[in-house]
Design a protein around this ligand. Structure first.
Ligand code: FAM
Length: 435
């Protein structure tokens, strides 16, 4: 642990110096223009943030420290030969920019196990909520209750020096990543399994143990969790969950507060909640059409009905991507390997053949292709995890790896409070001499 911390600090100091030099020499360099339309339309394409952990390309998809999803599946250490990569290894990569050895990942897994204790009062706080509460609300309430444990908040109150912010953030990050699966598993067991809690298996890796605590000990499901936790971890800095975590952190709110804020954004249906919406939409289609395997023509009609009702087709489209999401492809490959004949998974593939031309024909959808959420639910249903309202919590557990490693970088690089300028439409009219 001390080694990883020192490695991170050394990397951060080096990059910090480079940034200082870049800004000294090129700080006034103009890198783009802002159109009026962009400030009214969600700031699409406006470069406004630095995020070191990953970079999204509209065509190639996400790259974590320059590695594609495909490369990660090949290069990162695995729990078993030929299997899926370990998410702890991706965290290591995002944090220090190097692919770890298997020994380094095993050490990290063991450290996370040791730091994973969640105090009883956190469970009691979640238990006080009615069981009908949405799992994302229960989850964030758990994280907020746990905030009392924040090293950053305690040290700040005791007068911490600016130069130590990074270290307190680092400590909170490791504690949070270690504890989050326990909180998430509790939400699942409390809401769906009559509160029957399963004890952790101290010999398992981070995602394997999470699967175990959820109640799924099938080896294949553990592999799915490892893949799931890798592909959902980060999607550069501008998406709602990453940007919110970064923004709230910039006020020096501690990592617990910042992560919880980000996850409230993930809980929106246009962002992370889309994964529950997809499977809900498919189940409704199956119910309405009275078939487990709708034909392409039936799917086409159902999509047209969805659009006519003024709704979006969940799991399709993206603010940045302009091709099929490689995270969708990775899940499709997993499906082809482990469950090629599953009817629901086959339906997802048939939807993939049917939806893009329909969305394209609308003439306004910038990306008619599927994103990560179009596939994930069907794989989970295959192993019996059918409670789709829970799916965004899985996304949130994974997202912790990206947004919290980014937060470590924010504090280590001394990023200031974020405060862009806003204007009124009256001011815009004045610029345009319309008033
Ligand atoms: N179905 C129907 N219409 C869609 C659509 C879809 N899947 N995707 C975009 N559009 C519409 C959009 O509503 C907008 O219509 P109006 O002009 O009438 O308001 C128009 O096409 C232009 O939108 P865009 O520029 O192509 O997309 P945005 O960048 O504004 O929004 C998304 C991006 C992801 C919010 C949008 O594609 C969407 O709502 N998709 C469905 C929900 C979804 O799957 N979200 C998950 C995204 C994801 F990867 C994640 O965060 N996990």
């Amino acid at each position: 642990m001390e080694m990883l911390k020192q490695k991170f600090k050394a990397q951060a100091d080096k990059l910090g110096e480079e940034i200082k030099q870049i800004l000294k020499e090129h700080g006034d360099t103009v890198i783009g223009e802002i159109k009026l339309s962009q400030i009214y339309q969600g700031m699409r394409g406006m470069i406004a943030l630095i995020s070191e952990t990953s970079l999204l390309d509209a065509q190639d998809g996400i790259r974590f420290r320059r590695h594609t999803i495909d490369e990660l599946r090949q290069k990162l250490p695995k729990a078993k030969e030929g299997g899926e990569p370990l998410p702890e290894a991706l965290f290591y990569l995002m944090l220090v920019g190097e692919i770890p050895t298997k020994e380094e990942v095993d050490t990290l897994s063991a450290i996370l196990q040791r730091r994973s204790h969640v105090p009883m009062y956190v469970y009691e706080t979640m238990k006080a909520l009615p069981t009908e509460t949405h799992p994302m609300t229960m989850f964030v309430v758990g994280i907020m209750a746990l905030q009392a444990e924040s090293v950053f908040a305690k040290r700040y109150a005791a007068g911490m020096s600016k130069k130590d912010y990074w270290e307190a953030t680092f400590e909170d990050t490791l504690d949070l990543i270690a504890r989050i699966p326990h909180i998430a598993a509790y939400v699942y067991r409390r809401k769906y399994k009559e509160g029957k809690i399963l004890h952790p298996d101290g010999l398992l890796d981070w995602a394997g143990n999470f699967a175990h605590m959820l109640g799924y000990d099938d080896e294949e499901f553990k592999e799915l969790m490892r893949l799931y936790m890798v592909i959902h971890a980060d999607h550069e800095g501008g998406n709602v969950s990453a940007h919110t975590t970064h923004l709230v952190g910039s006020a020096l709110s501690d990592p617990y507060l910042s992560y919880a804020a980000g996850m409230n954004g993930l809980a929106g249906p246009l962002h992370g909640l889309a994964n529950q919406e997809v499977i809900k939409w498919i189940f409704e289609m199956q119910r309405e059409l009275k078939t487990e395997s709708p034909t392409s023509e039936q799917i086409k009609q159902y999509v047209e009905k969805t659009l006519a009702e003024g709704k979006v087709v969940p799991g399709y489209g993206h603010a940045v991507l302009r091709k099929t999401d490689p995270r969708f492809i990775a899940q499709m490959e997993f499906g082809k390997k482990h469950m090629p004949d599953d009817p629901l998974v086959n339906t997802v593939w048939r939807i993939y053949e049917t939806v893009p031309p329909i969305l394209q024909s609308l003439g306004k959808v910038k990306n008619p292709w599927p994103n990560v959420d179009a596939h994930s639910g069907a794989l989970l249903v295959h192993y019996g995890l059918v409670e789709y309202e829970y799916y965004t919590v899985l996304f949130a557990v994974s997202r912790a790896l990206g947004v919290l490693s980014s937060l470590c970088w924010d504090r280590a690089l001394g990023m200031p409070i974020e405060r862009p300028k806003s204007v009124t439409t009256a001011a815009v009219k004045r610029w345009l001499n319309k008033e």
